[in-house]
Design a protein around this ligand. Sequence first.
Ligand code: ZN
Length: 560
Amino acid sequence: MESLPSFATLAPTEPDRAALQAAYAAATTLAADPATPPSEAVQAWEAACRPARQWQSWTRLRFHQDTSDPARRDGRKRADVLEGELKKLDDTLLEALLARADRAALDDAVSPAVTARWAATRAGYSPAIADDLLAEEELAAEYIALKAAARIDFRGTEHSLVTLAKETVAADRGTREAAERARWSWFDANRGTLDDQFDRLVALRDGMAKTLGLPDFVALGYLRMQRIDYGRADVAKFREQVRTRLVPLADRLMRERAADMDVELRLWDEAIPGKKGPTPLVCGMDGLGDAGIGAFDRLDPAISAFYRELYGQGWMDLGARPGKAGGGFCTWMHDVRSPYVFCSGNGSSSDAKTLVHEVGHAFQCWSSREAPVSTCVFPTYESAEIHSMGLEHLAWPVLDAFFGERADDFRRDHLVRGLRFIPYGVAVDHFQHLVYENPTATPAERHAMWAELERTYMPWRHYGDLPHVSDGGYWQIQRHIYARPFYYIDYTLAQTCALQLWASSLTDHAGTMERYHALCQKGGTLPFQALCASGGLTSPFADGCLDAVVTGAEEWLASH
Ligand code: ZN
């Protein structure tokens, strides 16, 4: 495979605004010129935006690597400002490009799905809502800052919500319960602020939708997510399948866990896989990257070559450090056209899962790197997560590289979590439909909506007498609801597809890996349901989408 430069040699500079605007103006002129083939205009656009986008990705990555460094914090703010500028420049260019009479030639150059996604982006934007968009970002940032500033005393030690979360999965049950009590007491004390922030977000978002002439924010949310081949009726149908087909299985599995631990199931038991407890990461955090080599070498030659290059040239940052942000993500350096994998592992079993997940995203982007425009490299979110969650499941045969002889314990937990996640994710999405279809509901009415959804989708859930959550407040911990509206059903749709790949891999691993490669190479050039069809997957909106998954899971769990 093509070799990468050492990541350390990358030093992008902030784009000169006059040059950026001139390059965009030239590309926009080409886009508006009927004598210029659309592919040339698209190339000029790419040439204009790639260096700017790479600086933006690099600057945001550097901030995540050390959030305490004032220079990097300042860089991140400048990258956000650039985002607003690029949005406007892109919108003007897209207006010219999409107005062309030779639309078929444009479709040929970049794929009809990509032009449809651009059209959706334009339909969800207007300079008339530019100020509202900024206000929305500020409100979302207020929510994130409120949670980040939380200081909670727990057994004599000051905790953040992040460090306290570790205590909620402690081996000792009493510690877990006490940590949950401390966590939700903080939410309870801040309920008024959290309600008020969300109230203002709902009003703002509903107002933007109406300004754009849309019936409600659900419609705008779908446009923003570039959902070009399914709508809210399809999602409602998927919900129904989850409720009837998956909820009973998830409920039984959760109750079996409780029986294995000999407890009455409470919130603080849900993350514990049973009396054996979490599976230790035998390679340790320091050995995680090398263990990845051992795993991917045995899994697949192309992924192995890619991983060795990425890892060898420093395009990965795996361990947690003071000041480094949590979580995992895969970002893209547009000029070099390579992904970068960021994780923040602390030595727990989920670090291996996060590594494989992000490598799945990275490998898909790499597989699409020759695409004519960046939009073709990145699928929409529900599709992108098939590649990451899919690789998690396809990597099952080589998980002993991370977990040694207890790999089966991890596999069981991974499967149960994957199944149980779907009803939760559907509840998060259903909640947002109810909220934005009823924008004048009171905070108390919203909490009641959530409580009702929990009873429908998570009948196993029991909060004991914990504050806040007993009264319908759990949703307020879910960042997406505040900061990334309608970005959630995506994970459940992708997980449904990833579990279909898993079920198929149990009897034909080699054939399923081939299908996985083909899916990765499609990149962002197909809409979600067409991508499913191309990979032999049943669309989550079709009848029976969960049948093979539920049957496969029941059989595997019964025999392991
Ligand atoms: Zn992901």
